[in-house]
Ligand binder design. Sequence first.
Ligand code: SAH
Length: 356
Amino acid sequence: MKNIKDYSLEELKEELKEIGEKPFRAEQIYKWIYEARVSHFDEMTNLSLELREKLKQIYEIKEFKILKKQEALDGTKKYLFDVLDGNAIETVLMEYHHGFSICVSSQIGCKMGCKFCASTGIPFARNLSSGEIIEQIMAVERDANVRISNIVFMGIGEPLDNYDNVVKAIRIINHPKGLNIGARHISISTSGLVPKIYQLAEENIQCTLSISLHATTDEQRSKMMPVNNTYHIEELLQACKEYIEKTHRRISFEYALAKENNDNLEDAKRLVKLLKGMLCHVNLIPINKIENGAYTKSSNENIMKFRDYLNDHGIVATIRRELGSDIDAACGQLRRKNLNVGDVSNRSKIEQKGQT
Ligand code: SAH
């Protein structure tokens, strides 16, 4: 079965043409899916019974099941979704003063191997399709009964390693007839896949690019992030400069501060040197310690000193508010599973048994 949410409006028009239908039907279907949010083709009452039957033969309206939901003291909600093939992914809903923000996963597992991140060590299973990326937003909106205004690709996975699906998802999220969320309210975070940054610069999407920088020397960064062995800091920053030149968009650099690792004044000085003159912003994240992780959070004093040094030397820096840390929903704490893959498929087997 094809997931109807995997298609851009243009693609769906082509699909319908292929089965002998008029392309405007695609717009009607889009309205049912993204505006009325129906779960069944039978609810699409302005389509003929015959067409509804035809659609049911070919497509499904994939809706995730919630396997687990946790709520933090600050209201942050973490969802573990069954993506209906035996895999599970995590998605986080956060409330800010300006509205609701969602942190979506882009892959099932991650290949990047960053040493400080909980998604590391989980074997990579597969990319999420664009429809599955979008369904995270729709499933959370259904459950929490909210409208999401901001999306960050900072869940599990490296978004630029699933480039085509992520870009297509953004176009559908952004489309007035899709979820209609402005591209400026969407951020993609990358560990630094340089060729993909150049490619993204050509897409003409006004989303925000975040770069997980975290260190100021290649030696230091390679220890934390193996991707740095392939794309060194200089190459990465060159790509960022060209991205800014092309898109006129400000880049956000993520810098997770770990005690006695990357948080002293020398680091701050080097960071200023590296970023001087760039249209950018630095997001300082107190590193979240993960199970068996070598890195621990810097002291508040050091974090503030670091921020002040950057601000005093012409680099705009803020400290990211930590949300959801009591339910392991803060930055870098997401895993593919609380239940493992086997558990999910066992569970559906049990449910099936129960039904028979
Ligand atoms: N692969 C992408 C997106 C996922 S990680 C990337 O690397 O950017 C989302 C953000 O959380 C990144 O900035 C990442 O470096 C950061 N992060 C990962 N583990 C963390 C941890 N333990 N503490 C704080 N931030 C972390």
